[in-house]
Design a binder for this molecule. Structure first.
Ligand code: GLN
Length: 493
């Protein structure tokens, strides 16, 4: 009999409902896998096994009561284990953001997404590793050590949601929350061979997410397939009065086989995403996936997103500018550890100087500079104008096509250490994910093949604002026709 960790989300939920398995058994199976593999993968910053087992026991009680007298709807994810990226607040469990400056911070409240998932019945396995404050593309910027890619332990899992991606890929959790400010759900999903949704900006409440770049930050989910991710998205998305940027729009149930499935879908292929520097294995796998869509009846259209090349400089001005403001609050007074100093200024200086890592300091300096009097118009102001052009590129494209298909990253997972002394090389890895954040559109990444070294290659589909449903349907159609998403690293066993 296959292990419990091999069940899909819908299979697990169905078996829990029928009483064929208990949430305690399922949770235990994942905790055992974590215990066996975590030493080498290091996907988690904090594990919560006792909490998980008591949540599972509570879920089992509810399930048993419901089976005795099935009345009303059960919470939709009752008994399902999940992992949470360590930038999202879970009350009573420390939230480090991958930083030493929050090593001892225990949030007294839940992020809205976490609150909704808890109400829906999930069991929390732990908080996953991330680049410090989600600033990075490899998890190498975590103050708690790097996460290893389950497909090849010498390679990065991507980032910043690398812990979540590695955990899902190695079957240490069926699904995990991530965040995507510049690619941090899609790129690690692609590097680890899993499915990752970046939601539309405004679709999901950011309340309780520790802010990085507030005009770009989005919360998403990583899972093994579109079908596994959809019901989780359905629970945590939607309007929240606690986040003024969340939109009060209907969230219709996602019908994966729905009317606008792939036949007749106009799929745009942007020429700017197939450029020099794109690893040939990546290009081949992505083009092959596009031809699968064609064979399923999609209409493939070449398109142009002409301002794509400006996304890296624009993002690396706007995101650090916002970060420099957002991170001003971490000064040793209110959150986390405090170093001593003779005067208040000295406390700030010592705490921030010693507890922030190098990349975070670099971004704070870049951002402060870009916002400073005299440089503001030339850098931040200019970047905002070009951001509008990038957004218009997408608006124009979506006049002609329904969905855009493109590589997620120019390469597959690189080696640990390969870019760590070259911030610019690291930033350039984000060239294909940043535009979607600058435009605020949703994106769904999923595996479409492997490179010659056996590392996964991902594709991303991007859609108009608030059309996550269309992305889910298109990805599901592909996953019904192919089996890349079912491959798991040998390591996952
Ligand atoms: N890699 C990008 C950065 O370093 C994006 C990170 C993210 O999406 N959180 O900022």
């Amino acid at each position: 009999m296959p292990g419990l960790h091999e069940l899909s989300v819908s299979e697990a939920l169905e078996k829990l409902r029928q009483g064929e398995i208990s949430s305690r058994e399922l949770t235990h199976a994942y905790l055992e896998r974590i215990a066996a593999q975590e030493d080498r993968l290091h996907a988690f910053i904090t594990l919560t096994p006792e909490k998980a087992l008591s949540m599972a026991a509570a879920a089992d009680q509810k399930l048993a009561a419901w089976r005795r007298s099935p009345s009303g709807e059960l919470p939709p994810l009752l008994g399902l284990p999940m992992a949470i990226k360590d930038v999202l607040c879970l009350a009573g469990v420390r939230c480090t953001c991958g930083s030493k400056i929050l090593e001892t911070f225990i949030p007294p409240f839940n992020a809205t997404v976490v609150e909704r998932l808890l109400a829906a019945g999930i069991v929390v396995l732990g908080k996953t590793n991330t680049d410090e404050y989600a600033m990075g593309s490899s998890t190498e910027n975590s103050a708690y050590g790097v996460t290893h890619n389950p497909w090849n332990l010498e390679h990065v899992p991507g980032g910043s949601s690398g812990g979540s991606a590695a955990a899902v890929s190695a079957r240490l959790a069926p699904a995990a929350l991530g965040t995507d400010t510049g690619g941090s759900v899609r790129q690690p999903a692609s590097f680890c061979g899993v499915t990752g949704l970046k939601t539309t900006y405004g679709r999901v409440s950011r309340y309780g997410l520790v802010a990085y770049g507030s005009s770009l930050d989005t919360i998403g989910v990583l899972a093994r397939s579109a079908a596994d991710a959809a019901p989780i998205f359905q629970v945590f998305a939607g309007y929240d009065p606690l986040d003024a940027t969340s939109m009060n729009l209907p969230l219709p149930p996602i019908d994966l086989q729905g009317p606008d499935s792939v036949r007749g879908l106009r799929l745009g292929v942007p020429q700017e995403y197939f450029i020099g520097g794109l690893q040939p294995d990546v290009e081949n796998a992505v083009r092959q996936a596009i031809s699968v869509y064609q064979s399923m009846g999609a209409e493939i259209k070449p398109i142009s997103l002409p301002h794509t090349e400006y996304a890296v400089p624009v993002y690396y001005l706007i995101a650090p500018a916002e970060a420099s403001a957002n991170l001003a609050r971490f000064d040793g007074i209110r959150y986390g550890p405090r170093l001593s100093g003779e005067a208040l200024w000295d406390i700030y200086f010592q705490t921030r100087g010693q507890k922030f890592g190098a990349e975070v300091k670099r971004r704070i300096m870049l951002g402060t500079y870009a916002l400073s009097a005299g440089y503001y118009d030339a850098y931040y102001g200019q970047a905002q104008k070009v951001r509008t052009l990038i957004k218009r590129d997408f608006e124009n494209a979506f006049q002609e096509v329904d969905v855009i298909a493109a590589p997620v990253a120019p390469t597959t997972a690189f080696r640990i250490g390969e870019h760590s002394n070259d911030p610019l090389a690291m930033y350039l890895e984000d060239v294909f994910t940043l535009p979607g954040n600058l435009a605020g559109v949703p994106g769904l990444a999923f595996p479409v093949g492997f490179d010659s070294g056996g590392l996964p290659v991902g594709i991303q589909l991007m859609g108009p604002h608030f059309r996550e449903d269309m992305l889910f349907r298109a990805a599901h159609a592909y996953q019904q026709a192919t089996d890349w998403h079912l491959r798991s690293p040998a390591y996952a066993g």
